[in-house]
Design a protein around this ligand. Structure first.
Ligand code: ZN
Length: 90
């Protein structure tokens, strides 16, 4: 389950794991029980590598506004070096 960051006006931010479908609904602060708003840019994402962050952003966006994929993206996985059979002399 993804972890989202919420901010309470009184107590500051806290993290909450919830289903992605409920990501944007409000949560109540575990300390004072007041309504807390979701923070849309969780600091923990900033520490991830850029490609990972992009993947998460895409996942997030498609949860709210599903997009139709019109083309295939990405390349087939390929080893860095050609596999050389052991019987081939260099
Ligand atoms: Zn609070």
């Amino acid at each position: 389950m993804p972890v989202y960051v919420f901010a309470c006006h009184e107590c500051g931010s806290f993290e909450l794991a919830r289903p992605m479908a409920e990501a944007s609904s409000r949560a109540s602060c575990p300390t004072c029980q007041r309504e807390a708003r979701r923070v849309f840019t969780p600091p923990r994402l900033a520490r991830l590598a850029p490609p990972m962050r992009r993947a998460l952003d895409t996942e997030e966006a498609s949860a709210h506004e599903p997009r139709v994929v019109t083309e295939k993206r990405g390349r087939p996985l390929r080893p860095h070096q050609e596999q050389v059979p052991p019987w081939v002399l260099h």
